[in-house]
Design a protein around this ligand. Structure first.
Ligand SMILES: [Zn+2]
Length: 351
């Protein structure tokens, strides 16, 4: 693991370059919320949070900046990013969830960016998105219980770590086929994400056993649908889909009902890598405060997806973080204004 980080961190990252990580202590930092922080880093990993700089270690002055753990973007399409995923990583995105790609993408290495992917959608013949933006490579088709179970098993064997389905956007699978599909996915430890933008689609997805909404639905959700999603999760993608008042209300109501909100941008659909300031503004407008937004970008998705060594800056975590000028708990817009980014224990030059 440590050798892997060393090797990766010495590579150029998307036009910016990293220096080889060294043993260093960064003083004069704050955590979101304002607590004083000193980070000791060695070979790409946080090795200490001492009360004072230890002897014999090179000291870097953090200048009073707030250190935000590397961000997790829970909705991206790595294969659709115009200039590749590396710039995303260099902008402080430590981990990402790929919510649909051609099958070949599942084998791609984007280190030091950690990622998991769905591979192609599991969809009905002619279903979304195989006849629209995605084309045939973005869907594995099935039409009954047995073939949909086979589709899930095949994707799991190819390395998919979650399953993506769609409802209400073209020919849909039957409820029985969808239920068999989610049952097969859950038996393999895979969550099922549903593209479901209407109230009816979101309700049917949940009834069939889907775990999360790949997007905030665009149509106002009924009280019954909101209640059904209690304990589920929603990936925000507000900016990519216009961020209407209906969408913002849906976020607020889903959250109030006990659904988790995870920050997701639909990068690949949008083309600006890194932290999306408009997404953050729209999350604020949906009622999330700064602490909730930081959590939706870090610890909540780390736990939800099972990413290791990310989501916080505890001892043992990957030393990828943003330095931002203001407390993001009070000024969440600062999350999109990093003065410097560290990736795997080294500052990104030019950040
Ligand atoms: Zn997407």
């Amino acid at each position: 693991m440590i050798l892997w980080l060393l090797a990766c961190a010495a590579r150029p990252v998307g036009g910016a370059s990293l220096v080889v990580p060294e043993h260093v202590v960064i003083i004069n930092l704050k955590e979101p919320g304002g607590a004083e922080l000193i980070l000791e880093i060695d070979r790409g990993v946080v090795v200490g949070r001492p009360a004072a700089a230890p002897e014999g270690v090179r000291v870097v002055d953090g200048g009073g900046a707030y250190a935000v753990p590397g961000v997790i973007d829970s909705h991206v399409h790595l294969a659709l990013i115009d200039d590749g995923p590396a710039r995303h990583g260099a902008a402080g995105i430590v981990a990402a969830v790929d919510l649909a790609s051609p099958l070949t993408e599942l084998a791609a290495d984007h280190a030091p960016l950690q990622w998991i992917g769905a591979g192609p959608f599991v969809t009905a013949p002619g279903g979304y998105p195989t006849t629209t933006w995605g084309g045939p490579s973005y869907g594995v088709t099935c039409d009954d219980d047995a073939s949909c179970r086979e589709a899930v098993a095949g994707l799991a064997g190819d390395g998919a770590r979650l399953i993506k389905i769609s409802l209400g956007a073209g020919p849909d699978l039957s409820e029985a086929a969808l239920s068999a599909l989610t049952d097969e996915a859950h038996a393999r430890g895979l969550k099922v994400a549903a593209h479901a933008l209407t109230d009816d689609a979101a309700a049917r997805a949940r009834a069939a056993g889907a775990d999360l909404l790949a997007h905030t639905p665009m149509e106002p959700l009924s009280d019954a649908t909101v209640e059904a999603w209690r304990g589920g999760a929603v990936l925000s993608t507000l900016h990519a889909f216009g961020g209407s008042s209906d969408m913002r209300d849906n976020v607020a109501r889903l959250r109030a009902s006990g659904a988790s909100v995870l920050y997701g941008t639909d990068l690949g659909n949008l083309q600006e890598p890194g932290v999306d300031g408009e997404e953050i503004d729209l999350l604020v407008a949906s009622g999330l405060d700064g602490a909730a937004i930081v959590a939706a970008m870090t610890e909540v998705p780390a736990r939800y997806w099972g990413f290791e060594g990310v989501g916080d800056l505890a001892v043992g975590s990957v030393a990828t973080f943003l330095l931002v000028p203001e407390d993001p708990h009070r000024a969440p817009e600062a999350l999109a204004q990093a003065s410097q980014v560290w990736v795997a224990g080294a500052p990104v030059e030019g950040s």
